[in-house]
Design a protein around this ligand. Structure first.
Ligand SMILES: Nc1ncnc2c1ncn2[C@@H]1O[C@H](COP(=O)(O)OP(=O)(O)OP(=O)(O)O)[C@@H](O)[C@H]1O
Ligand SMILES: [Mg+2]
Length: 467
């Protein structure tokens, strides 16, 4: 069942319940009030009559005229008046009891002997109800008369009947109108949901550039749309990244294959001296090494993406590690007369996987040497600030343009300067470095000036002190 229908039905049933309860309560209270009013006025009239009789010294009334002159209010047609003797027989009655006798009930008589008044309701066929009050008049302990005042409930019954009809007609109309309004409002409130559904369908159809445009950004629907847009944005970005990655990867693998194929075809075209084959095979081996490295690194990265790379977290002495790397890097720099020196050194222990950390630092130092100019200096230093270990690798090499500085951590990204500087390199090293830094809850950042050199800084949380 559509949400709109359900909302309207829920709302409708709640409203119907409220309306019906309200109407019933209203009807009951109104009826009770009307009856109370009648009783009150009967009581007053009876009291007046009793008072008048007392003033007259309880002399029996003789005829109707006498009666009417005594009690002018009886001329009002809505009440009648009777006086009974203690035996229950009528001594006198007002002329407006026309249709039939209204005898004194047994109960009224009994109550009168007890000296109490009694309200009664009687009903004759095809007539409205009668409401009666019987009031005893006693003198020195003995019952003299019973005064009875009565009135027809006709007008009250009429009023209540009209009120009931009004309720029976008005409640369904009010319900119908509110249901229509509820239906309209639910439709209005749900319209943005329809818009979201439509957009989601378009997006599911493959158009990730679609976004939802919602005017009211701060309500629930607006927030939903915002979240949705965010999600689509991230999906789009990651799809683009995957596409880019695939094409970069294929491109990187194609280049060595093309080289190998060209060289092999060339050497096979005619018989050649043995050295030529040797040269080609050697060159092929180099390309195969290069491809192997790319494939290894890709495999590592994709396993890292899937969370399948296991890391052994143990205390590692960064000082020892940095000194080790320094020795290795000195050898790397020798060929190109690049000096690798140690800067400030402080003892620091971190919790981590030593092999991965070594890979991280070696990658940075390799880059520094690779992108240095001959006779340049590379400085490695290790400092702590009480909470973090800070390893920095500084070179005086080609540097990185500000626009490129955030891209160099992307897979396969290499700056134009780096490509011009050296053919070696796939652009995967820093991607691996930043993954390693992140899994150690650390960060890696770069400061660089084009043509002047770069500093790569790795911060890692220090291992907690042994207790
Ligand atoms: N010390 C540096 N000086 C200047 N540019 C650098 C430096 N380190 C990295 N870069 C830039 O960042 C890019 C990415 O570095 P990264 O280490 O990921 O790849 P690479 O060194 O080109 O190849 P490899 O995967 O073999 O390490 C480099 O191609 C280069 O453009
Ligand atoms: Mg590198």
């Amino acid at each position: 069942m559509p949400l709109r229908v359900r909302l309207t039905l829920w709302y409708g049933s709640a409203l119907a319940m409220v309306l019906i309860t309200f109407s019933v309560v209203l009807y009951v209270i109104t009826a009770r009030n009307l009856r109370d009013d009648v009783d009150e006025s009967l009581k007053e009239t009876a009291a007046t009559a009793v008072r008048s009789l007392e003033e007259r010294g309880f002399l029996p009334l003789l005829d109707e005229e006498d009666l009417l002159s005594q009690f002018p209010e009886l001329a009002r047609i809505d009440k009648f008046f009777q006086i009974f003797s203690p035996s229950g027989t009528i001594t006198i009655r007002s002329p407006n009891i026309k249709r039939h006798e209204v005898p004194l009930s047994q109960k009224a008589l009994e109550t009168a002997f007890l000296g109490q008044s009694l309200f009664e309701t009687t009903k004759y066929p095809n007539e409205p109800q009668l409401r009666l009050i019987s009031v005893p008049i006693t003198y020195r302990g003995s019952l003299l008369y019973i005064v009875q005042v009565g009135t027809s409930m006709e007008s009250i019954e009429d009023t209540l009947r009209r009120f009931l009809i009004l309720l029976i007609v008005a409640v369904p109309i009010a319900l119908a109108v509110s249901l229509a309004a509820g239906w309209f409002l639910a439709g209005r409130a749900l319209r943005p949901v329809d818009a979201i559904t439509l957009a989601a369908q378009r997006i599911a159809g493959g158009d990730l550039s679609q976004r939802l445009t919602m005017q009211t950004a701060s309500d629930e629907i607006g927030r939903l749309a915002g979240t949705f847009n965010n999600m689509i944005g991230r999906l789009e970005a990651s799809f683009r990244q995957i596409r880019q990655f695939t094409s970069d990867a294929s491109h990187e693998l194609r280049t060595p294959l093309t080289v190998m194929k060209g060289e092999t075809e060339l050497v096979l075209r005619r018989p050649r001296p043995l050295e030529d084959y040797h040269t080609v095979l050697e060159s092929n081996l180099e390309e195969i090494d290069r491809m192997t490295r790319i494939v290894d690194e890709l495999l590592f990265l994709s396993r890292a993406d899937m969370g399948a790379v296991k890391m052994e977290l143990l205390p590692v002495s960064l000082e020892t590690l940095v000194e080790d790397i320094h020795r290795q890097a000195t050898l790397l720099g020798q060929d190109r007369t690049i000096a690798v020196v140690l800067g400030a050194m402080m003892p620091a222990r971190v919790q981590g996987d030593e092999l991965r950390l070594r890979e991280l630092l070696l990658n940075l130092v390799e880059n520094a040497v690779k992108y240095s100019n001959p006779k340049g200096t590379v400085t490695i230093s290790l400092m702590t600030d009480g909470q973090q270990a800070i390893v920095s690798v500084t070179d005086q090499g080609i540097g990185i343009a500000p626009d490129d500085q955030h891209k160099i951590f992307n897979r396969f990204f290499r700056t134009d300067e780096a490509r011009a500087h050296t053919k070696k390199g796939t652009g995967l090293g820093l991607a691996i470095c930043s993954w390693i830094a992140e899994t150690h809850k650390g960060r890696i950042s770069v400061q660089s000036e084009l043509g002047r050199g770069s500093t790569f800084t790795v911060t890692l949380p220090l291992a907690p002190h042994p207790a």
